[in-house]
Design a protein around this ligand. Structure first.
Ligand code: SF4
Length: 304
């Protein structure tokens, strides 16, 4: 019987204890934005999907220190993932990118943390060969994950989100990554206007057919200061309801091949940054509802 393969459980099995993410913001920016404050994908705010630590002037060492202290205080673990979350973390010359990674690794070592994995978020069109080679070298040290913002496998959806690239770019990126030991986690969004009702499932299968090992799902949500906020306030965009999201996500989960790791089933948004939908703030009840629906739905799933 199909199971939800949560990353937290996989890591606990691999390392014998909880492994906690330490989110880092190196202010790498994104070639698709105008500086840190404007432009870019329709849903992206000035924090570039991250903590905003760089904009607030918090040094990388301090971010690492705080993350490790939080992992110890809340979960009693020194096992961590250095998660380069904000913007497109590979948007730096190799020397600066490598210097940031080394600084974070040194800081973690000095504080006695066990770095079990490094995870780097970026765009599919931003994988320079030297950076990929460097990430490949790091796989000798620990797990290395690339978090690829794909969002949808529907070319019209990519256009609506203003991603600035087509599906061919994603396909080429996955083909290159498939030749490395770097593991890939792709991000997918549900609720893009005009998409098929089962687009989330279609996109997930498109990605796993191309070797993606893990997925992160979330509904299209409206953050403050984004282009999407303007559409929402003028009535030209409506987010999915909670029920619609659970339906679409569970449909996708039931169709996934065995062994695909689920790194996230919904968005994690600070209340102060969120415009809509409010229901995503109730994360734990939502995750319980998803798990319950999955259990009842997994028995009888027709093929796509
Ligand atoms: S690629 Fe990522 S960081 Fe760049 S604009 Fe889009 S969501 Fe923001």
């Amino acid at each position: 019987m199909k199971q939800l393969l949560r990353w937290s459980a996989v890591l606990r099995r691999q390392f014998g204890e909880r492994v906690q993410k330490v989110s880092l913001d190196i202010g790498a920016g994104c070639p698709h934005r105008q500086g840190l404050h404007g432009g870019g994908c329709i849903f992206c705010d000035e924090r570039g999907g991250g903590s905003g630590a760089f904009i607030r002037g918090i040094s990388l060492r301090e971010q690492v220190r705080k993350g490790i202290a939080g992992a110890w205080k809340h979960y009693g673990t020194r096992s961590i993932i250095l998660y380069f979350q904000s913007y497109s973390a590979t948007n730096l010359p190799l020397e600066r990118f490598a210097a940031a990674l080394n600084e974070a690794l040194d800081a973690a070592a000095a504080l006695g943390a066990n770095v079990r994995a490094i995870s780097v978020s970026t765009r599919p069109d931003l994988l320079p060969e030297p950076v990929l080679d460097y990430l490949q070298e790091l796989t000798e040290l620990c797990q290395v994950w690339l978090e690829l913002g794909v969002q949808t496998a529907d070319p019209r959806g990519l256009q609506w989100l203003r991603r600035g690239h087509g599906l061919d770019v994603v396909e080429r990126a996955l083909a290159r990554l498939g030749k490395t030991r770097v593991q890939v986690c792709a991000h997918l969004i549900a609720g893009i206007p005009g998409e098929f009702e089962d687009q989330l499932a279609r996109s997930a299968l498109w990605l796993t057919d191309r070797g993606v090992q893990a997925l992160k799902f979330h509904p299209l949500c409206v953050l403050r200061g984004t282009a999407l906020e303007e559409l929402y306030r003028s009535g030209r965009f409506a987010p999915l309801s909670r029920e619609e999201y659970v339906d679409r996500l569970v449909d996708a989960l039931c169709r996934l091949p065995d062994g695909v790791v689920l790194q996230r089933l919904t968005a994690g948004v600070r209340p102060s940054r969120l415009v809509a939908p409010a229901w995503i703030l109730e994360k734990e009840p939502l995750e319980r509802a998803i798990a319950a629906r999955f259990l009842s739905a997994r028995r009888d799933v027709p093929a796509l």
